[in-house]
Design a protein around this ligand. Structure first.
Ligand SMILES: Cc1ncc(COP(=O)(O)O)c(C=O)c1O
Length: 422
């Protein structure tokens, strides 16, 4: 057994390559992110070789409370002294407590919950509930959207390459451009059960809905008796400066999905939260949607601890303040490097840098990694870098990331022979 950190790393990469994914190892190496995570704390993670990184990827928003948050770990440790995951067929105090808390913190009259393990499962449940409740079949979602790789979720996502090998997928799904209310109006019909949207598109490249769009979608859903499903799996739990992103536009969906940061980076759990009247669907079918591990007692205890932490430490406020600090740095870069940076799209600490072309994404990820920052271009588009650091990030850490970005951009600009070379 190797004891030298470099040898441990090489062995882990070789085993990962052989038994899990050679192409993932190759891709990560190519952008200097063949990191084997070891210690984790706050906004930072240490590679097994001891190199420290600020984590601006965070599994696309799993770590809102920070890496290996001690308070959440302690909540789980205490729970493990007494409990296991629980028997899913029985009623449970822990599930009841978390469902009640979710009803309290989500906007408007969202009141009831179906628990799951991951985000895709939460989306599947949302679509099943919408179809079951409305007795209609159509689902309209957005181009460039991402909702996961499970059955219904995969059928809804707006990226063909994830779907092509598995055709035919579920019937009844169609796509429209995100942010275009006229396209949505033209697409819906009397058989449309649901409109499914990320409140802000994450994987697609941090696309923020134009003001008025979500309110118009809400009105369309009311008029045509369509369920509005908002996917807050990336945007939820204070990421954008509000507990849920839809609060920026005062829009309440009929069904909301959450996952990722509900688990505090410690224990997987997801939830599909819906309005009370939709419970009518479950009255004749109480066992129609089951998940053995969904909303386990341990997961619910962790979920409650994560929500408490987010509120107690005002992470929404910190997302706003640190988001504004990032913005000042981005504005400087935009002014100095129009050759590389086209625009920045941002709500709180959900941030997307739009580069001028696709080749910049991988090259900038490598340069950022060399400087101790994990920053990766989005799966849908290498011309966009998505930055989603933990919401506990400090002003000093924001400045560290901005300095790394500025140095990386300057170096790339010089190499490309473009723009200012100072
Ligand atoms: C907006 C959104 N919805 C759904 C999912 C799927 O979640 P999971 O990977 O937990 O199935 C993701 C995952 O990145 C996501 O970003």
């Amino acid at each position: 057994m190797a004891t030298d950190p470099k040898a441990i790393k090489e062995q882990a990469l070789a085993d990962f390559s052989k038994h899990i994914s050679p192409m993932k190892v190759r891709t990560m190496k190519s952008v200097g992110l063949d990191i084997i995570e070891d210690r984790r704390e706050g906004a930072s993670v240490w590679d097994v070789t001891g190199k420290k990184y600020i984590d601006c990827q965070t599994g696309s928003g799993i770590m809102n409370v920070g890496r290996h948050n001690r308070e959440i770990v302690e909540a789980l440790r205490k729970a493990l002294d007494e409990y296991d995951i629980g028997v899913f067929l029985l009623c449970s105090r822990q599930k009841a407590d978390l469902a009640k808390k979710l009803a309290e913190i989500t906007p408007g009259d969202l009141a009831c919950t179906v628990f799951g393990v991951g985000g895709g499962e939460a989306i599947d449940a949302a679509i099943k509930i919408a179809r079951g409740y409305t007795m209609k079949t159509g689902v309209v979602s957005a181009q460039k959207s991402y909702h996961g790789h499970t059955g219904f979720a995969l059928s809804a996502i707006g990226r063909d390459s994830y779907k092509e090998p598995f055709q035919p997928l579920m019937p009844g799904f169609s796509l429209v451009p995100f942010g275009d209310i006229d396209a949505l109006k033209a697409e819906v019909n009397d058989d449309t059960a649901a409109i499914l949207l990320e409140t802000i598109q994450g994987e697609g490249g941090i696309h923020i809905p134009p003001d008025g769009y979500l309110a118009a979608v809400r009105a369309l859903c009311d008029e045509r008796e369509i369920m509005l499903i908002l996917d807050e799996i990336q945007t939820g739990f204070a990421r954008t400066g509000k507990m849920f992103a839809c609060e920026h536009w005062d829009v309440v969906p009929d069904i909301m999905t959450v996952a990722k940061s509900l688990g505090g980076g410690i224990y997987p759990i997801s939830a599909t939260i819906f309005k009370e009247e939709i419970m009518d669907f479950f009255i004749p079918h109480p066992f129609i949607h089951l998940s053995t591990f969904g909303g386990s007692d341990l997961g619910c205890i962790v979920g409650l601890a994560a929500i408490d932490y987010i509120r107690k430490h005002d992470l929404a406020g910190n997302a706003q303040r640190m988001g504004a600090r990032f913005r000042t740095g981005f504005d400087r870069l935009l002014k100095d490097h129009p050759d590389l940076l086209l625009e920045v799209r941002q709500k709180g600490l959900m941030m997307g840098l739009q580069y001028t072309n696709e080749s910049i994404g991988p090259r900038l990820s490598r340069k950022m990694a060399e400087r101790g920052v994990i920053a990766i271009y989005t799966g849908n588009d290498p011309s966009i870098c998505r930055l989603m650091p933990p919401l506990v990030i400090t002003p000093e850490e924001v400045d560290f990331v901005l300095n790394a970005l500025e140095d990386s951009v300057k170096e790339l600009s010089k190499e490309s022979g473009l723009g200012k070379n100072d």
